[in-house]
Design a protein around this ligand. Structure first.
Ligand code: FAD
Length: 466
């Protein structure tokens, strides 16, 4: 890689999940973790920084490194150790959530924390310290990591767990790939007695009802809310909730050999759905669809309890592959804020109203309950998160101006942000939520693990260096 032609051969265009950013980088796909030290050396010799990338499922620029090197780690997919008796598994960082559940579920184990999609890698999930619809109950994925090994840019190979190298353990999990590369990850999986959960769905007519319902059911295994973010007035924040519990030993569950997501929805093949949805991806269309969905949820499916596979319940966003492309050329960005429980209602009210008043209503809104954790760059609070998907308008400046307003509301309410989703924070606003002491701690650890500041990405330069 020391020669320019070799680098140019690897130049490729990468995108974020929301397809709002296209960036060229020199992309390398190591086949084995043994190749990583030499790649660090060569990057240093070429005077380039190195960004890490798993499946590229982050909404913003966390896995982009414009004009620099990107190491795509998605081919490091070996399962290194597996004990079907204890549910302890050791994997390479490119193993995906999908690979994990397909491997473990037949033995009665399930990933303890999963995001709304099964395609992320374990390396990417640890780097972001992902949360699921069970964050109040189970905490983030980092709380289920028994141990990991990592290669640091200073050449050291380290093993970290809550007792050994514990500061690095709590900083690298959630550290967005800035301190080192996870090379193997040991996780404790969750024992399950069936491949299904018992789900109850019901509606609430306004934001206060949604928040109260999520809080009331936070001790169940899973709880999540969908909000109609286009509803106004007394109906502001209305929506539908789903709570779910694992089945207990001996409970009867359907014998379902094939746990793949269904190939069609309402009889329509999934591939045919994006073109049918596209005409509704505008302010009027989304209002109409949300109204229809909420009305159907309230009239036809209210207070229904049913069994659903863990796969279908958890990976709703994977039902329609490539759905994010219906947002068109500008793509999609997400704004997810985490607000303390005591002030969540007025804060989310203001956030929803501000977006509506600016003519940029969120097209998808998801509500979850969270609790604090011990990780250095934690995004969690004792409160709620509201994840809002926005179509990037023809003039993206309008959305950036809205983000500035929304961020001000979040910061005024003691809220936090999540780097896996963020694409619009500034260094000033990131510093305000992280607090200068946390940022200083991160940068001091980085000076030790990465003295030449080799590990970087676009998000790092946007948010973490002033
Ligand atoms: C549809 C959808 C739904 C989602 N739902 C949720 C959700 O419910 N909860 C949630 O928490 N998140 C959610 N996410 C976000 C997603 O889980 C995170 O962005 C996750 O980090 C993606 O993993 P990845 O493998 O794609 O990582 P990438 O996006 O490729 O990278 C993410 C970060 O990980 C770092 N990284 C990657 N591999 C390594 C490694 N081996 N060592 C060190 N650092 C590494 C990268 O540098 C980067 O900073 C969702 C994303 C999508 C697209």
């Amino acid at each position: 890689m020391s020669s320019a032609p070799l680098l140019l051969k690897n130049a490729a265009r990468l995108e974020n999940f929301g397809h709002s950013l296209q960036r060229v980088a020199y992309v390398f796909r190591p086949q084995h973790t043994d190749e990583l030290p030499a790649l660090f050396e060569q990057a240093r010799a070429a005077g380039l920084s190195v960004g890490l990338r798993g499946s590229g499922r982050s909404y913003g620029d966390a896995a982009l490194n414009t004009g620099q090197i990107v190491l795509e780690l998605g081919e490091l997919t070996r399962i290194l150790e597996w004990d079907a008796g204890t549910g302890i598994i050791t994997v390479e960082p490119g193993v995906t959530i999908e690979q994990l559940w397909r491997h473990a579920l037949p033995h009665g184990w399930w990933p303890p924390v999963v995001p709304g999609t099964m395609f992320p890698t374990l390396g990417g999930c640890l780097a972001a310290n992902i949360h699921g619809k069970n964050n109040w109950q189970a905490g983030p994925i980092g709380e289920h990591v028994i141990e990991f090994s990592a290669l640091l840019p200073n050449g050291q190979q380290v093993t970290c767990n809550p007792q050994q190298n514990s500061e690095l353990f709590y900083a690298m999990i959630g550290g967005m790939g800035l301190l080192g590369i996870f090379t193997s990850i040991t996780l404790q999986l969750k024992k399950v007695y069936a491949s299904h959960v018992r789900v109850t769905a019901w509606t609430q007519p306004h934001l206060a009802g949604m928040l109260a319902a999520v809080d009331e059911h936070k001790d169940e295994d899973y709880i999540v809310g969908w909000l109609d973010a286009t509803a106004r007035g007394r109906a502001l924040g209305r929506g539908q909730l789903h709570r779910a519990t694992y089945l207990t030993e001996g409970e009867r569950a359907p014998q379902q050999a094939n746990l793949d997501l269904p190939p069609s929805i309402l009889g329509i093949p999934k591939g045919a759905l994006p073109p049918l949805m596209a005409p509704f991806v505008n302010n009027f269309g989304v209002r109409l669809v949300n109204f229809a969905k909420y009305s159907a949820d309230r009239l036809l499916h209210n207070n229904k309890t049913y069994l659903q596979s863990l796969v279908e319940f958890n990976f709703l966003l994977d039902y329609i592959p490539g759905w994010e492309r219906i947002y068109g050329r500008g793509g999609l960005v997400q704004h997810q804020s985490f607000i303390p429980a005591a002030v969540a209602e007025p804060a989310f009210r203001e956030i929803l109203q501000t977006a509506q008043h600016r003519g940029l209503p969120p097209y998808l809104a998801v509500l979850k309950r969270h609790r604090p954790d011990k990780f250095l760059l934690s995004h969690a609070v004792d409160g709620y998160s509201l994840a809002l998907d926005f179509r990037v308008p023809g003039d993206p400046g309008r959305l950036l101006a809205l983000a500035e307003e929304l961020d001000a509301i979040v910061l005024a309410n003691g809220g936090r942000f999540y780097f896996a989703k963020d694409g619009m924070l500034t260094a000033e606003r990131a510093r305000a939520f992280l607090r200068p002491e946390t940022l200083a701690r991160l940068l001091s650890l980085k000076a030790q693990t990465d003295p030449h500041n080799l590990l970087q990405h676009d998000l790092f330069r946007r948010c973490l260096v002033s």
